[in-house]
Ligand binder design. Structure first.
Ligand SMILES: NC(=O)CC[C@H](N)C(=O)O
Length: 381
């Protein structure tokens, strides 16, 4: 038994592999799906991204916490990762915005972490065998006892988690001062990152954020100029409610944009399947190719599932012809979808990303362009 942070800790994977390290953050025990993130920066955004709910995140960058923690960068009101694995936590963070250390923040929010020298071996293991259930504990010393508890945990495949992270009640984000309101967007929160409505508001959108349980009727009752479906945790195969809501929006012909989980929901709404990737895409340097322009963008990503769609040519859907708009260059995974005859598109990566490159930010302009191309409200009837 170890009481103090800094004492011994273990990480146990569901296939029985054990890693020994030192306790980091809160002392305790936690379970989740072990996944790795290759971002050299953006650890605050990662920790607070609701899509990481129920995941133990392994950072491949060797030093984490160098710039401390501030109150401006979080993507939501709390840390969502189930556990945090780093090679070496910064002992002396240095940044003018830092308000506390990462270790303090993890402890403040009760998030169990582990610092271990074997993050590279752990990452290679997850890359070869796939993301899998795991535990981190700084209170259990017997790996076998911990493994038995890991095997009792639910797998990520089949998990329906959006409702656990979504807002309880609708709220609004308004354009910043000096920016005129041009559009009203209804955004379905399946685990939305704060930066997304922000990016829309910067472009003159008044954004009404709705809970994940929002139906097509709830959404359309707002008479929005456009509808947005957010990122979020869990298996898209379980998201029947959001799929039904999106189908209602597609039937109504309202411009629609989806990010990440939203892209998977669009895939399902079009009748496509989704599947689990072996180890997923998580980081801020993922290359994708725009299939129309052949331009390559470096994107920020966080997904463990993907849409199964024909890559090479347009295909028929109940909503007309569609095509894969972006392809991941590391493994030829679908990274975006577009309807050819309707104002509807989505991407699997994160154009809002902060931290992350800004290559994909123009997609928010594209959504605004689709909304401006629609008939004015009077002509809508
Ligand atoms: N960031 C996301 O929206 C992730 C979507 C989904 N939970 C996945 O892992 O693929």
């Amino acid at each position: 038994m170890s009481e103090a942070t800094g004492g011994p800790a273990i990480l146990v994977l569901e296939d029985g592999r054990v890693f020994h390290g030192r306790s980091f953050g809160a002392v305790g025990e936690t379970f989740g799906e072990a996944v790795f993130n290759t971002g050299m920066t953006g650890y605050q955004e990662t920790l607070t991204d609701p899509s990481y709910h129920r995941q133990i995140v392994v950072m491949t960058a060797p030093h984490i916490g160098n710039t401390g923690v501030n109150d401006d960068d979080p993507e939501s009101g709390r840390i969502w990762v189930a556990g945090y694995v780093v090679r070496e936590p910064a002992r002396i963070p240095s940044n003018w915005r830092a308000e506390r250390t990462l270790d303090e923040e993890l402890r403040r929010q009760g998030v169990v972490g582990i610092a271990l020298t074997g993050t590279r071996a752990l990452t290679r293991h997850l890359r070869d065998r796939g993301a899998m259930r795991a535990a981190v504990s700084s209170v259990e010393t017997d790996p076998k006892a911990l493994l038995a508890r890991v095997l009792e945990q639910p797998a990520m495949a089949g998990s329906d988690l959006a409702a656990e992270v979504s807002t309880d009640a609708p709220y609004e984000i308004l354009p910043p001062e000096g920016v005129a309101t041009r559009f009203h967007v209804a955004a379905v929160d399946l685990g939305i990152k704060a930066m997304t409505p922000q990016r829309l508001a910067e472009r003159g959108c008044r954004v009404t954020v709705l809970p994940s349980s929002a139906t097509a009727e709830d959404i359309l009752a707002l008479d929005p100029d456009g509808v947005f479906f957010s990122n979020g945790p869990g298996d898209p195969a379980t998201a029947d409610g959001p799929v039904a809501a999106m189908r209602g929006v597609l039937d109504a012909g309202t411009p629609l944009f989806g990010i990440c989980f939203g892209n998977q929901i669009l895939g399902r709404s079009l009748g496509l399947g989704t599947y689990k990737l072996r180890f997923g895409h998580r980081g801020v340097n993922q290359p994708v190719r725009d299939t129309r322009t052949t331009k390559v963008a470096i994107t920020s990503q966080n997904h463990g599932f993907a849409v199964d769609a024909p890559l090479d040519e347009p295909f028929d859907t109940p909503y007309g012809r569609a095509e894969v708009s972006h392809i991941g260059l590391n493994d030829q995974v679908v990274e975006g979808l577009r309807l050819l005859d309707r104002p509807v598109f989505s991407v699997q990566f994160h154009p809002e990303a902060a931290a992350g490159p800004h290559d994909a930010a123009a997609l928010f302009d594209e959504f605004c362009d689709l909304m401006s191309a629609q008939p004015a409200p009077a002509a809508k009837q």
